[in-house]
Design a protein around this ligand. Structure first.
Ligand SMILES: [Zn+2]
Length: 298
């Protein structure tokens, strides 16, 4: 079945440096959204050289202003490959490649590597800031706004239920849980409520945009895949990551429209983007916003 996927962790980028035999640089798998296009190097504080260290680093190099300690892996591959993930830089190289050749390949790609390391570090910092402490009074983003959690044992919405009070001041989510509920109970009750809201909001947005794109969607499934925001299959089924409900509606709309547009074009060619643009003229901005969002850590 033909299926298109929208990637979540664009920070986990990978590039491959041609070593032997020469081959064009491979930067991302074709089916996902990952875009790696030699962004300018973020200089950061030029007075304090950046340091990046992989926890299992076994080699180090200075790239421009940055000292980079990386994990070098040897294997049965034909090219030198670089990947930047949450841990830092990993270099995979064929057994026969000399260290001098590896250094030269790193220097040649240094702009890309340092930019990716900067991006990955910023992403980790945002994730850390977005970590939710599951207790009364904690706040959880819902449609881009913080919602404060309150324990409300007398609430009549069934055991484990929750009700949003948009009232005056900060919106409050009343959780039908006893005082002294465990962090896990708060998390599970909140997550169940968020997932119900996700289904309601996503369905409404799919119904809103499908006629505008001239498509029919058949089935919505909520995913919690750690690696993608959404996917569309040629049979009209749409999968959307329920955690999108944390973000403001225009960001959700971008993913909804993106997946619906795949029911017209199962690729990311110019006609696909034209369909997206027809209904969301500012999609490029929203797409950038989605890339910068930090999903709260659970
Ligand atoms: Zn796509």
């Amino acid at each position: 079945m033909r299926q298109m996927l929208l990637g979540l962790f664009e920070g986990d980028a990978e590039a491959s440096e041609p070593n032997r035999p020469p081959a064009p640089a491979r930067q991302a798998s074709a089916a996902t959204e990952t875009i790696v296009s030699e962004p300018p190097v973020a200089l950061g504080d030029a007075l304090a050289p950046a340091r990046f260290a992989h926890p299992r680093a076994n080699r180090a190099i200075v790239l421009g202003q940055a000292r980079v300690a990386y994990l070098l892996r040897r294997g049965q591959r034909r090219t030198i490959g670089f990947s930047v993930g949450a841990d830092g830089l990993t270099v995979s190289a064929p057994r026969w490649t000399t260290l001098g050749e590896i250094d030269a390949a790193l220097r040649e790609k240094q702009r890309w590597i340092v930019a990716k390391l900067d991006e990955s570090r910023e992403r980790q910092q945002r994730l850390e800031a977005a970590r939710i402490d599951w207790r009364e009074g904690a706040s959880v983003p819902f449609l881009g706004e913080p919602v404060v959690l309150r324990l409300d044992p007398r609430q009549r919405h069934g055991r484990g239920g929750a009700v949003l009070d948009a009232g005056d001041g900060a919106p409050t989510l009343h959780l039908g849980l006893p005082h002294g509920a465990t962090p896990e109970q708060l998390r599970d009750t909140t997550q169940a409520w968020l997932m119900r809201q996700a289904r309601r909001v996503f369905t409404a947005r799919l119904d809103h945009f499908a006629p505008r794109l001239g498509v029919r969607w058949q089935k919505l499934s909520l995913s919690s895949a750690g690696t993608r925001w959404g996917s569309a299959s040629a049979d009209g089924s749409i999968r959307l990551n329920w955690r999108l409900i944390h973000f403001r509606e225009p960001t959700i709309d971008y993913v909804v429209v993106h997946e619906l547009a795949h029911l017209r074009e199962m690729n990311h060619g110019p006609r696909f983007w034209q369909h997206v643009q027809d209904v969301l003229p500012d999609y490029a901005e929203l797409r950038g916003e989605l890339r910068d969002e930090a999903v709260p850590r659970w």
